[in-house]
Structure formats: structure tokens, C-alpha cells
Design a protein around this ligand. Structure first.
Ligand code: ADP
Ligand code: MG
Length: 240
């Protein structure tokens, strides 16, 4: 479903991604980990065209992300993205946050969008909060709304960039539980996270990055059991 092939990217003269290749198949749950600054966010953002790249190709569902002929906003509509800082619209209610993209991007009626949005809000356990504003919710609740909003677009895959790292510790699990549920239902997911418990529970692939390179791309058994690279062993020793 997602095919990243020899992707390199530079910010000016600084090479942030070097020859990155990996694939995410339908139903895969890929966890991307690695030290801060290793290029994880940059890599995940290239997948839905939020960051351009200079070399290589990325195919999503048969469409080339780097091809100027590709309609990026249509492509992005198919891939849900959840960020560290929720990025809800602060001046809109939760219900309006859930319906805006569906109406504007997918052309759904207000009624259909509301029905779908509230279904997912209920699923993340927050239906009773529908008329509040984001600022009235906790961080964990806001992130669950962000996930519900992404799901309301009927994505073919979901990208997560450190979805729990801005949260207070007691709120991390409520977000991870929603993500575990999605993984268990077969959602295709690419998740940048330091939550190795999550990786152990639901990942079927682990990508480890260091200095802009994909250093390991393997099963979780292999990664947690016997990582091949020194750099991955060092990383695991520090984090677990
Ligand atoms: P990670 O998500 O693994 O922490 P990032 O992908 O955010 O890493 O960043 C990788 C490297 O690229 C870092 O060294 C960071 O400072 C640099 N970088 C990120 N964004 C920019 C930018 N817009 N301009 C220049 N350098 C950047
Ligand atoms: Mg990052």
C-alpha cells in the first residue's frame, strides 16, 4: 500500500534522509523508532506529501507522491495523519472539527458528515463532549478526537507521529488503547513512537532509523530479540 523506494531528502545542504526504502502492506502495523533528530517525522511526512523529497519514489495505493501530476489533497484525504500536538481547530466545536474535512474535502452533506463523525467520536468514548471546544478537553481527549477526525475521512491508512509524547503519563494509555483497537481491526498503520510496549503488542514491523537512514527493518521478534546493528542495541538499552 505504501512503497518507499530509495528516498533521499536535503534541507539546504543538510541531508536529512539517505536512501530510505521500506514497504507497508495492507494491514501492516509498522512502528518507526530511533533517536531524536534521526528523520522519523520527515520520513512519515514525505508519505502524504507534507514534505517534498529530492530523490527516490513513494507510491501510495498505486499513486506516485512525488509526481507533480498527482493530486496531493486527494491523496492526503485517503491517509489519516495524527500529530504530536493534536492540531484540532481551537475555534470550532468537537462536532465541527469532525465534520469540516468531510464536507470540504470529501463533499459529504453536513448530515452525513455529522453521523459519521459522531459514530467515531462515540468509538473513542467521547460522544458526550461533542459540543465542547478543544481547549475544554484534556490532552488525551483531544488526541482521541484527532484520531476520530482522521477516521471520519475513511482513510486507507493512518500515519501517527509521536501521538502520545505531548501527553501527561496518565493519559498515554487511553490514546494507545484506541490505537491498539485500530491495529487489531486491521487498519494499516505507520506509527512513529517511543512506546515500545505498544510496539510489542501490535506491531508486525519495526523500522529503526538513525541519522537519516533506515538501519533496521524487521519483525518485532527480531528487533527486540536480537537487533543486528550496534545502534539499535544502544537505542534499546537506553529506552527500555
Ligand atoms: P525526528 O522526528 O526523528 O526527531 P526530524 O525528521 O524531525 O527527526 O528531523 C531530522 C533532522 O532534520 C533533524 O536534525 C532536524 O533538526 C532537521 N530538520 C527538521 N526539519 C527541518 C527544517 N524544516 N529545516 C531544516 N532542518 C530540519
Ligand atoms: Mg519527530
Amino acid at each position: 500500500m505504501i512503497e518507499i523506494n530509495k528516498v533521499s531528502k536535503w534541507y539546504g545542504s543538510f541531508q536529512v534522509l539517505t536512501d530510505c526504502s521500506t514497504q507497508v502492506a495492507k494491514g501492516d502495523v509498522m512502528v518507526v523508532c530511533g533517536p531524536s533528530g534521526s528523520g522519523k517525522s520527515t520520513l512519515i511526512k514525505t508519505v502524504n506529501g507534507l514534505e517534498p523529497f529530492q530523490e527516490g519514489t513513494i507510491m501510495v495505493n498505486g499513486q506516485s507522491v512525488g509526481d507533480p501530476k498527482t493530486n496531493l489533497s486527494k491523496l492526503r484525504a485517503k491517509i489519516g495523519m495524527v500529530f504530536q500536538n493534536f492540531e484540532l481547530f481551537p475555534h470550532l466545536t468537537i462536532r465541527q472539527n469532525l465534520t469540516l474535512g468531510q464536507v470540504k474535502v470529501l463533499g459529504r452533506s453536513e448530515e452525513e458528515a455529522t453521523e459519521k463523525g459522531l459514530k467515531y467520536l462515540d468509538r473513542v468514548g467521547l460522544l458526550s463532549q461533542k459540543d465542547k471546544f478543544p481547549g475544554q478537553l484534556s490532552g488525551g481527549q483531544q488526541q482521541r478526537v484527532a484520531i476520530a477526525r482522521a477516521l471520519s475521512m475513511d482513510p486507507i491508512a493512518m500515519l501517527f507521529d509521536e501521538p502520545t509524547s505531548a501527553l501527561d503519563p496518565e493519559m498515554i494509555n487511553e490514546v494507545l488503547d484506541v490505537m491498539v483497537g485500530l491495529a487489531q481491526e486491521g487498519m494499516t498503520m505507520m506509527v512513529v513512537t517511543h512506546e515500545m510496549g505498544f510496539a510489542k503488542r501490535v506491531a508486525n514491523r519495526i523500522v529503526f532509523m538513525d541519522r537519516g537512514q533506515i538501519v533496521e527493518d524487521c519483525s518485532k521478534e527480531e528487533f527486540f530479540g536480537a537487533p543486528r546493528s550496534e545502534r539499535a542495541r544502544d537505542f534499546l538499552a537506553k529506552i527500555i
